[in-house]
Design a protein around this ligand. Sequence first.
Ligand code: FE
Ligand code: FE
Length: 167
Amino acid sequence: MKERLMKLESLRDLLIEQVQDIYDAENRITKALPKMAKAARSPQLKQAFEKHLEETKGHVQRLEQVFDHLREKVKKKNCKAMEGLIAEGEETIKEDADPEVRDAALIAAAQRVEHYEMAGYGTLSAYAKLLKEKNVLKLLQATLAAEKATDEALTVLAETAINVEAE
Ligand code: FE
Ligand code: FE
């Protein structure tokens, strides 16, 4: 199905389009994280994915508030990048791998997702700032901080127990 794309005439239009994109991405992640948690062997990694699932549900709600502040209806724009990142994560789950190695691969897949989100929220924050949308900016920055914290927690897991065992 070919998507109808909106015409972009202003930075505000671009902000809205990118909010629609990341809204789609976050919704996809809420479906992928339970599978990642199930596939993880390390209890800490399982817990990290479960914790981030709960946070991600909050990110979805924050984006709904963003639409509200912008007086736009809640809408998704197919995020092909997240679709691809999640497809790669699912390949990781299906691959024939030692559990420790799979855990390391799951972290790698999850960090790619977090970095994609950080790029998105960083850009959106810059637009919100330029457009003087203070409430929107606050919401976006709260999620950006959570994505960064998740990325850092995954780095710690990768550098400690998990990747050491995978060696
Ligand atoms: Fe998120
Ligand atoms: Fe995230």
